[in-house]
Write a protein that binds this ligand. Structure first.
Ligand code: IPD
Ligand code: CA
Ligand code: CA
Ligand code: CA
Length: 271
């Protein structure tokens, strides 16, 4: 059944993402630098991450003052409406800093703790991906009109294109690189786009067969996880545990379980 509240939340998320995407694309200073660092010297934040989060939370709070917020750049309010917005104002900051095109704005709406709406816009790809729980996933941009997203029919794991990412914390990265080194000869190839939200949307769009990453935060994956699942992908962490903030795994049915098993065999669950 179509819930009119979800339709309204979708429209608001799409408009907030469009505005933030435009700000990031058109307002990027030529001399953009690092404003601060977080968990390690390579975990950077720019003035544009902060400006985009301000724009999104301002836009949404003006229209829905009773909602809660969780944003990477500090938004954290409870709200009283049962709706909470989970926001990554700029996913792929390092790409953005270097002028690489793969970065995105990610906005999800949770209702009583369950993600009901997810929107990811990638302005330099010219694409926006959206999903509403139970209503499928759709994209606009590189296609004529709106396209329904469906993940790809599964190849055997040794023919699967698998993306990953590396956490900013130095010790975690070293471990992740080790897992990837062992995985490379066992799959078609590995990709590292630099944006977890885009990786999940690429699984949804059939451009990747699978994706895994350790240590993502709720804002990295809230929208992309719903988009991938509504496109028919399976997502989760350890078998029978979903969602896991520890190890995120997504894949087309048929790749998801073999990928989970391979990660298990490679010891990816352990520190
Ligand atoms: C990062 C990106 C990257 C992933 C990191 C994330 P940020 O988010 O999604 O692909 O590997 O784990 O933290 O900091 O650019 O928003
Ligand atoms: Ca960041
Ligand atoms: Ca992120
Ligand atoms: Ca971010």
């Amino acid at each position: 059944m179509t819930d009119p509240l979800h339709t309204d939340l979708l429209a608001l998320a799409q408009e907030a993402a469009r505005r933030a995407g435009e700000l990031l694309r058109d307002g990027r200073p030529a001399d953009l630098g690092v404003a601060a660092t977080k968990s390690s010297p390579i975990d950077v934040v720019t003035e544009m991450d902060i400006a985009a989060e301000k724009l999104i939370t301002g836009f949404l709070a003006e229209r829905r003052p009773d909602d809660g917020f969780l944003g990477e750049e500090g938004a954290a309010t409870e709200g009283s409406s049962g709706i909470r917005w989970v926001i990554d104002p700029l996913d792929g900051t390092v790409n953005y800093l270097y002028g690489l095109p793969t970065w995105a704005v990610s906005i999800a709406a949770e209702q009583d703790g369950e993600t009901v709406v997810g929107v990811v816009t990638a302005p330099q790809r010219g694409e926006t991906y959206s999903a509403v729980r139970g209503r499928g996933a759709h994209a606009t941009g590189s296609w004529d009109g709106e396209r329904e997203l469906r993940c790809r029919p599964a190849p055997p794991l040794d023919q699967a294109l698998v993306a990953t990412g590396f956490n900013y914390v130095t010790e975690v990265r070293a471990r992740q690189a080790d897992i990837a080194r062992h995985m490379v000869p066992l799959v078609r190839d590995i990709r590292r786009s630099g944006s977890a939200a885009v990786d999940l949307c690429d699984v949804a769009a059939g451009r990747l067969d699978g994706y895994y990453e350790r240590g993502l935060h709720p804002w990295d994956l809230a929208a992309g996880d719903l988009i991938a699942r509504e496109a028919g992908a399976l997502t989760g962490g350890r078998p029978a545990e979903r969602p896991s903030r520890e190890l995120t795994v997504a894949g087309t049915p048929g790749v998801f379980e073999p990928l989970q098993r391979l990660l298990e065999d490679l010891g990816a669950w352990h520190d």
